[in-house]
Design a protein around this ligand. Structure first.
Ligand code: ADP
Ligand code: ZN
Length: 733
C-alpha cells in the first residue's frame, strides 16, 4: 500500500496532527495539495510524507480523493522550514504550511487569469475562404487579413474592433482557431527606476566579494547613504549568474518602493514581488512565477522569506533591526531566525544589513557568530549632517510653550525661503494623545480597550488606536460638566497645524496610518515630495525608513522622548535606531543637511551618542547595561499571554499554567531569573481581557524550558482562551 501523511487544512489550533490516507496511485508527490475525506465532509490537505506503512489498519484508512494541482506547491526545504517553525516558535504545522501559499488559493478563491487568443492555422484554407466571400463582408476580410499579418491577437480585442458575430462565425467555421493563454497580473507596474550604470566603490566591491565568496551569515553595518542597496544588487547579480536564486527582504515595500524600482531596473522580469499589499490576483501570479522558475529574485516584506524558490544562493534582510521582521500576531515568528534556517537548508549566505543593527545581531557579530562587514562612509565621502540637541525645558523657561523651539523655527523658515525641503518627525498620529478634564481629571477612554482615546482634529473624532473605534469629540466633561478640557501630547496633525501658522503658504503633507489607508496613497505622498510639489513632509516612523530624497536639507525630530519613555527594555535601542534613521534622510545629495532633536532630557546618553552617530559606543554602553540588569541577549524573556472575552477564564487558565511553571522553577532554580503573573499593561483590547506571565530565564536552560512552556500551552489550551508564548517580545503592552 501507499500511504500519504497529510496535514489537514483546518483553522483550529486544537487539531494539529498528521492523518494517514491511502493513495489511489503513484501519481502523487510530497508537497502536493489534495482533497481528503474528513469526518462527513471533504477537506483540503498537504501531503508531507509518502510511505508504505501506517500504524493504523489498512482497512481502516480512507483514500485521498484527488489532487488539487497536478504538481507540488511546497518544496522539501519549505517542509523542513515548517517543521523548524513548529519546534522553534510552536507554530502549528497547518499554520506554518499556509505561509507558503497565497491565502486565497486555499478553497480555490483565486486562479490563473486566462485570456483567449485567436490565430489562423491554415493560411491556404483562409485565403480560399476569402475568395468565396462577398466583397462587402468587411469584418470577415478585416479579421482574416489582420490575423494573417499579426499572427495572434486576443479575442476580446478583436471583438472590439470587428463585428463579434463575424468573429464567432469564422471560429465556428474552423477558419480561426483559439487557445487559452495565462495572463500575469503585475503589481506596481510603473515602478521601475531608470537604469543607471554605477561603478562600485572599493569598499562596496570588497563587501560584494566577501558575501559571494563564502557561505556565511554576514552583518553589514553601513552608515545611511553608504550605498548598501547597490551592494545587495551586485551580490544578487553574481548569485544569479551562478544559476542560483535570491530573496531580498525590506521592512515595508509600500514605504520604500525605491528598492523594488532599482531591482526591476537591473533584473527586469526576473524580479517577483511578494507582500500583503498586493491584490489577490497579483499575489497569486507573482507566487506562480516564482514556483515555475520564471522569476529568480523575490523582493518583499517579511512573508517573502516563505517564497517557493528553489536553489537559493543569497538571502538579504535590509534594515534588519526593523520591528516589522517580528510577527507578533498568529503565527508568531522571528524572520531572522527563519531566514537563518532557510539559508542553512539551501546552503545560502545570509546578509543582515543596517545602519543601526539590533543589539542582538551586533552581539552575535562581536562573539563571532556573524561576520561583521563595515561601510563607514557615505558615498562620495559626504559627511553625515550635524545633529543638534535642543533642550525644550530651556524653551519653556524662555517663555516658548509652542511645539517648535526657536532654533527649529528659524531653520524651517530659512529652509522654505531657500526652496529646500524639510521633514518633521513625530512618532504619534492624530492631534493629541488624549483629552482630559482640567477640573476632575476625567480622561476619555475606549469602551472595548483599556486605553485613552486620541483626539483627531481633522476627522473631528476621538479614536482608539488599538481597535479603531471612533467616538464623538467631547465639548464638555461627561463626569462633571466642565467645559475646560486639555489635550495631551502632540501628534502629527498638530505639527501640521502649527507649521501652517508659522509659515502660512507652505505646502505640506502628512504621512501616517490615517493618510495612507488607500492602496497607492503612500506612493502619491512620496512622489509629491520627491518632485518638490510638497516642501515639508510631516510624519511618523513611516518617513524614517530608507528614503533617498536629495533635496531634503532639514530634519526636525519634534518629540524624541516619545520613543525613549516607552516601557520596554529596548526603548533606548529603538530610540537610537529611529534617530539615526530619521537623521539619515538629510543632506544626502550636494546640499548640506542639518538636524534638530527636541527633548526634555538633553543629556541622555542615547541622544548624545546618536548625535555623534557613534553606534559602537552606544552598543558598548547598552550591552553592558543589559548584562548588569540581566536582559537579552544575556537572558531570555518569555511572555505567556492569555486573552479571553471572560476575564476570569483568562485568569484561571493563567493560574493553572502558572502552577506548572512554578513546578519547573522549583526544580531548576538556577535557570530562572524572574517569574511573575499580572494583568497586561493594557488590560483589555477589543473586548478581550489580557493576563500575562512574564519569565526571565538564563540562556543555559532556555531551550529545555521553552520546550516545556510550549507543551504546557498545549496542555491547558481551550477554545475560549487564546494562549501565546512569545520569546523576547519587544512590545509588552
Ligand atoms: P543606504 O541604503 O546605505 O542608505 P543607498 O543604497 O540608498 O544607501 O545609496 C545612497 C545613494 O548613493 C543612492 O542614491 C545610490 O544610488 C548612490 N550610490 C550607491 N553606490 C554608488 C556608487 N558606487 N557610485 C555612485 N553613487 C552610488
Ligand atoms: Zn479600542
Amino acid at each position: 500500500m501507499i500511504v500519504a501523511k497529510v496535514i489537514v487544512d483546518i483553522a483550529s489550533s486544537l487539531v494539529d496532527k498528521v492523518f494517514d490516507y491511502l493513495l489511489p496511485s503513484e501519481d502523487f508527490s510530497v508537497g502536493q495539495r489534495v482533497l481528503v475525506p474528513f469526518g462527513k465532509i471533504s477537506k483540503e490537505g498537504y501531503i508531507i510524507e509518502i510511505t508504505d506503512h501506517s500504524d493504523l489498519d489498512e482497512n481502516k484508512l480512507k483514500s485521498v480523493i484527488s489532487a488539487l494541482e497536478p504538481f507540488s506547491v511546497i518544496n522539501k526545504d519549505q517542509l523542513e522550514l515548517a517543521r523548524f517553525m513548529k519546534q522553534e516558535f510552536n507554530t502549528g504545522m497547518c499554520d506554518a504550511l499556509r505561509l507558503f501559499l497565497p491565502a486565497e488559493m486555499r478553497s480555490g478563491k483565486v486562479k490563473e487569469l486566462v485570456k483567449i487568443n485567436c490565430y489562423i492555422q491554415d493560411e491556404t484554407k483562409a485565403k480560399e475562404y476569402l475568395a468565396n466571400t462577398r466583397k462587402n463582408a468587411t469584418a470577415i476580410f478585416g479579421l482574416i487579413t489582420l490575423l494573417l499579418e499579426k499572427g495572434e491577437l486576443s479575442r476580446s480585442e478583436l471583438g472590439k474592433k470587428f463585428n463579434p458575430s463575424s468573429l464567432k462565425k469564422l471560429i465556428d467555421d474552423g477558419i480561426i482557431q483559439t487557445r487559452e493563454v495565462e495572463v500575469r497580473r503585475k503589481p506596481y507596474n510603473g515602478a521601475v527606476a531608470e537604469k543607471t550604470e554605477i561603478i562600485l566603490t572599493k569598499t562596496q566591491q570588497s563587501v560584494v566579494n566577501r558575501i559571494t565568496s563564502e557561505k556565511n551569515i554576514y552583518l553589514l553595518h553601513g552608515v545611511t547613504g553608504s550605498g548598501k542597496t547597490e551592494v545587495y544588487m551586485n551580490a544578487m547579480k553574481k548569485v544569479l549568474e551562478s544559476g542560483k536564486t535570491g530573496i531580498m527582504l525590506v521592512p515595508e515595500i509600500s514605504l520604500t518602493p525605491q528598492v523594488l524600482m532599482n531591482f526591476r531596473a537591473k533584473f527586469g522580469e526576473n524580479v517577483a514581488l511578494l507582500h500583503s499589499g498586493l491584490s489577490v490576483g497579483e499575489r497569486f501570479d507573482e507566487w506562480k512565477r516564482i514556483l515555475m522558475g520564471e522569476a529568480q529574485i523575490v523582493v518583499g516584506a517579511r512573508s517573502a522569506i516563505f517564497a517557493p524558490l528553489k536553489n537559493i544562493g543569497l538571502i538579504v534582510i535590509d534594515e534588519e533591526h526593523d520591528g516589522s521582521y517580528t510577527s507578533d500576531s498568529n503565527p508568531r515568528y522571528n524572520t531572522i531566525e527563519v531566514a537563518k534556517k532557510r539559508a542553512e537548508l539551501s546552503q545560502a549566505s545570509l546578509v543582515l544589513g543596517s545602519a543601526t543593527p539590533s543589539l542582538v545581531s551586533y552581539h552575535h557579530a562581536m562573539i563571532g557568530n556573524y561576520q561583521l562587514l563595515e561601510m563607514k562612509e557615505r558615498i562620495n565621502k559626504k559627511e553625515l549632517p550635524p545633529l543638534k540637541i535642543i533642550d525644550m525645558g530651556n524653551e519653556v523657561r524662555n517663555g516658548n510653550t509652542g511645539i517648535f523651539s526657536a532654533t527649529l523655527k528659524d531653520a524651517l523658515i530659512r529652509t522654505i525661503n531657500e526652496k529646500n525641503q524639510a521633514m518633521l518627525f513625530i512618532n504619534r498620529r492624530g492631534f493629541s494623545s488624549f483629552l482630559m478634564c482640567k477640573k476632575c481629571g476625567f480622561v476619555a477612554k475606549c469602551d472595548s480597550c483599556d486605553v485613552s482615546l486620541v483626539y483627531h482634529k481633522f476627522e473631528n473624532a476621538l479614536k482608539c488606536h488599538y481597535c479603531g473605534n471612533r467616538y464623538r469629540v467631547l465639548t464638555e466633561c461627561p463626569a462633571c460638566g466642565n467645559t475646560n478640557l486639555s489635550t495631551g501630547a502632540v501628534g502629527t496633525e498638530r505639527v501640521v497645524q502649527e507649521l501652517k501658522e508659522l509659515i502660512p503658504n507652505v505646502s505640506v503633507s502628512r504621512m501616517d496610518n490615517d493618510t495612507t489607508k488607500t492602496k497607492d496613497s503612500h506612493l502619491k505622498i512620496l512622489s509629491d515630495f520627491r518632485s518638490g510639489k510638497t516642501q515639508v513632509l510631516v510624519g511618523t516612523q513611516m518617513i524614517a525608513k530608507g528614503h533617498d530624497f536629495p533635496s531634503v536639507t532639514l530634519v526636525g525630530i519634534i518629540d524624541a522622548d516619545v520613543s525613549l519613555y516607552q516601557s520596554s527594555y529596548t526603548a533606548s535601542e529603538q530610540t537610537f535606531q529611529l534617530i539615526t534613521q530619521v537623521a539619515g534622510r538629510a543632506g544626502r545629495a550636494d546640499k548640506p543637511g542639518e538636524i534638530y532633536l527636541q527633548t526634555y532630557v538633553p543629556r541622555h546618553y542615547t541622544y548624545k551618542l546618536a548625535s555623534f552617530y557613534d553606534y559602537p559606543a552606544f552598543y558598548k554602553k547598552e550591552i553592558n547595561l543589559r548584562k548588569t540588569t540581566n536582559y537579552p541577549p544575556f537572558t531570555k524573556i518569555i511572555r505567556i499571554l492569555f486573552t479571553s472575552e471572560v476575564e476570569n477564564l483568562a485568569k484561571d487558565t493563567a493560574k493553572v499554567y502558572y502552577e506548572k511553571v512554578k513546578e519547573i522553577q522549583d526544580k531548576n532554580k538556577n535557570d530562572f531569573v524572574y517569574l511573575g503573573v499580572m494583568k497586561s499593561p493594557i488590560g483589555k483590547i477589543q473586548n478581550k481581557f489580557r493576563i500575562q506571565i512574564l519569565i526571565r530565564i538564563n540562556l543555559e536552560g532556555a531551550e529545555n524550558i521553552t520546550r516545556k512552556l510550549y507543551e504546557f500551552a498545549s496542555d491547558v489550551k481551550r477554545n475560549d482562551v487564546s494562549i501565546f508564548v512569545e520569546i523576547d517580545p519587544q512590545n509588552l503592552s
